[in-house]
Design a protein around this ligand. Structure first.
Ligand code: NAD
Ligand code: NA
Length: 396
C-alpha cells in the first residue's frame, strides 16, 4: 500500500517500513564510516528499537561486531495497518545484522514484567552464555509493577509551584505561553517508579543471580540534564526526580558488580527530537533553538553520532572512563557548552511566532519528527507500493 503520515496531536499514527529501514541503514553506514571500536562482544539492549537504544544496538553490532539481543515493546503490523516504527527498525536491523554474519535476536514485550526478563535470561543462557554490555534505554509513560501489579503512570510536571514559560506547537509554528500546574507527591512517586532506577536494578539483579554477566561487564543507562530554561519542567520536575533516582541506582549497581569487576554508569545525552520529548511543553521550542545554534556551530548530532561517540570516546578507549563530579558520563558536553547556551538563552528572549522561522530550526524539528516514523527520508520513494506486513527475522 501507499503509506502517508497521519498525525494526531503529538503522535503520528502511521510509519513507513522502507523509511525506517533506510534510517537504520544510514545509521549503520555512519558507524562503519567511523571505523572499528574495540568494544563489547555480547550485548543486551533493553529499549533497543528506537532512539538511543537503537543507536546503541547498531553501534555495538556494526562498530564492534557484537552479538546483540534487543528487548522492546512495539506494535506488529496487521493487514492495512502499519506497525509502530520500532518494529520496522528492528526488522531492518536484524536483516542487516544477519547479512553481515552477526548474531541478532529480539524479544517484543513488556521489559518491566517478570515474564520478559525470564525469557531474555533464558535466551542469553542458551545462545550467548553471558553478556558484557547491558544498555538500559527504556522510555515509557507507564509501568506495571511486577510485584504489586500496580500501574504507575509518569507525569511531566514541575514540583512546588506552577511553571509558566514559552512553548511552540511545532506543527503550526505558533509560540505561546504555557502554564503547568505542579505535581503532587503521588505524581512524583509514580514518575520515579516508571522512569527511575528500580527496574534497571531488577534486570541486573536477575542477570547476576543467573551468572549471566561476564567478568568486567558494563551497564549504562541514559539520562538528561539540560539548561536553566527547562529546569522547572525537566530536571527539577517529576522526570528529574526519576533521573536522580536512576543516577543513584548506578552507584548501587556499581557496588553490586565489584566482585565481577563490573561497572555501572549513567550517560547524560543531548536533547533530541523523540516521541517522548515532543510531548513535553517548552522542550520543543528549546530544541528548535538549540538545533539552529548547534548546526551553525557545526556540532549538531543525532542519536547515532551521540552513541558512536559514547562508545568510541568514552566507554571503549582503553583508558579510565571520564565522568563529571557526580560520576556521570557526559556526551551532552557540546549542548551544554557555555557559548551554545548563551546563544540559546538570547534567542529564547526573542522567540515569537513571527521571529521563530528565522531564529529557530522548526523545519529541522519537523523533519526529525517525521523521520522517527520513516517519513521524509531522502532515498525513499513514497509513491511506490510497499508491504506493511514486515516480519522481524530473529524475533524469539
Ligand atoms: P524512545 O522512545 O526512542 O525509546 C524507548 C525504547 O523503550 C523503545 O525501544 C521502546 O520499544 C522501549 N520500551 C518502552 N516501553 C517498554 C516496555 N514496557 N517494555 C519494553 N520496551 C519498552 O526513547 P529515547 O528518547 O531513546 O529514550 C531512551 C532513554 O534516553 C530514556 O531514559 C530517556 O530519558 C533518555 N534520554 C532522552 C533524551 C532525548 O532528548 N530524547 C535525551 C537524553 C536522555
Ligand atoms: Na531507546
Amino acid at each position: 500500500m501507499i503509506i502517508e503520515p497521519r498525525m494526531r496531536g503529538f503522535i503520528c499514527l502511521t510509519s513507513h517500513p522502507d523509511g525506517c529501514a533506510q534510517n537504520v541503514k544510514n545509521q549503520i553506514e555512519y558507524v562503519k564510516s567511523k571505523g572499528a571500536i574495540n568494544g563489547p562482544k555480547k550485548v543486551l539492549v533493553i529499549g533497543a528499537s528506537t532512539g538511543f537504544g537503537l543507536a546503541s544496538r547498531i553501534t555495538a553490532a556494526f562498530g564492534s561486531d557484537a552479538a546483540t539481543i534487543g528487548v522492546f515493546f512495539e506494535k506488529a503490523p496487521s493487514e492495512g495497518k502499519t506497525a509502530s516504527p520500532g518494529w520496522y527498525n528492528s526488522a531492518a536491523f536484524e536483516k542487516e545484522a544477519h547479512a553481515a554474519g552477526l548474531y541478532a535476536k529480539s524479544i517484543n514485550g513488556d521489559a518491566f514484567s517478570k515474564e520478559i526478563k525470564e525469557k531474555t535470561l533464558a535466551l542469553i543462557k542458551t545462545d550467548l552464555g553471558q553478556v558484557d554490555l547491558i544498555i538500559y534505554s527504556l522510555a515509557s509513560p507507564v509501568r506495571k509493577h511486577p510485584d504489586t501489579e500496580f500501574l504507575h503512570r509518569s507525569v511531566l510536571k514541575p514540583i512546588g509551584a506552577p511553571f509558566s514559560n514559552k512553548t511552540v506547537d511545532f506543527h503550526t509554528g505558533n509560540v505561546s505561553t504555557v502554564t503547568i500546574e505542579p505535581a503532587n507527591e503521588e505524581d512524583i512517586a509514580n514518575t520515579v517508579a516508571v522512569m527511575g532506577g528500580e527496574d534497571w536494578a531488577m534486570w541486573i539483579d536477575a542477570l547476576k543471580a543467573e551468572n549471566l554477566l561476564a567478568n568486567g561487564a558494563t551497564t549504562v543507562a541514559y539520562s538528561y540534564i539540560g539548561p536553566a530554561l527547562t529546569e522547572a519542567v525537566y530536571r527539577k520536575g517529576t522526570i528529574g526526580r526519576a533521573k536522580d533516582d536512576l543516577e543513584a541506582t548506578a552507584f548501587k549497581i556499581g557496588d553490586q558488580l565489584k566482585d565481577i569487576n563490573g561497572q555501572a554508569y549513567v550517560s547524560v545525552n543531548k536533547a533530541l527530537v523523540t516521541q517522548a520529548s515532543s510531548a513535553i511543553p517548552v522542550i520543543p521550542l528549546y530544541i528548535s533553538l538549540l538545533y539552529k545554534v548547534m548546526k551553525a556551530e557545526g556540532i549538531h548530532e543525532g542519536t547515532i553520532e551521540q552513541i558512536q561517540r559514547l562508545y568510541a570516546d568514552r566507554l571503549y578507549t582503553g583508558k579510565p572512563i571520564p565522568t563529571d563530579d557526580k560520576g556521570r558520563i557526559r556526551i551532552d558536553d557540546w549542548e551544554m557548552r557555555e557559548d551554545v547556551q548563551a546563544q540559546v538563552a538570547k534567542l529564547w528572549e526573542e522567540a515569537t511566532t513571527e521571529t521563530l522561522p528565522t531564529i529557530g530550526d522548526l523545519p529541522g524539528y519537523r523533519s526529525d519528527f517525521l523521520s522517527l516514523f520513516g517519513f521524509e527520508i531522502d532515498q525513499v520513494d513514497y509513491q511506490k507500493d510497499t508491504n506493511e506486513m514486515v516480519e522481524i527475522e530473529g524475533l524469539v
